[in-house]
Design a protein. Sequence first.
Length: 258
Amino acid sequence: MLLVMDVGNSHTKLGLFDGETLIANWRLVTTTSRTIDEFRIMLNALLMQEDVSTKSITGVCIASVVPPVNNTIEAVCKTLFKITPVFVVPGVRTGITIKVENPKEVGADRIVNSVAAAEEFGGPVIVVDLGTATKFEVISENSEYLGGIIAPGVQISADALFDRCAKLARIEIATPDHVIGKDTVSHIRAGLTYGNADMVDGLIARIAHEMRADPKVVATGGFAPLIGPLCRRIDRVDSLLTLKGLRAVFVKNEKAIA
């Protein structure tokens, strides 16, 4: 079985694959203060919950944008599974060509999302990752990563609003029934949800115009189920896209590892 991990700034998503089938997935808070012992106990407990033995894990693939946790994760994999994990770093086979000025600057999560989208949809395709930041990845019909966009995410926008406006209380982010709000809560919710959805649609339109193409668009990330359905230009919401991309990267590197 293959264990994959997407270590993001806010959350760490884990997936367990049996062949091509994702049989379990989990979401943990990312923290740099978790010790090796704590992470080992937590990981072992998650696997036991699925009646999976640590001996059944034959591979681990990781995309991390939080370098301080990488040594901890690697140490746990070596002690718990007796495996050296594959990290998505420059030099790892991905099947896509990175056509930007400095390929090393592109985050591992952005790479695996691009790999998954290219394999599932072909190209041209745009990935919209609605997480801590809202990120756009642009892949050509020839599986070339052409670049992307980074914008403040929904939660970042909300936090900035609440921190800078003394009279606005923190609220749950949800979609209101109407764009025109009738009270302060619905005003804020409309701005955060419909506002972000229209930003996404507008940037997709600009990207498509610049590409001179009509790309498919897939949304992923923690806020994709909330914002994705409000967007006119998003074709599919796939919250598991990153995990699928990690599996695809591992398969491409499996022979080299052996």
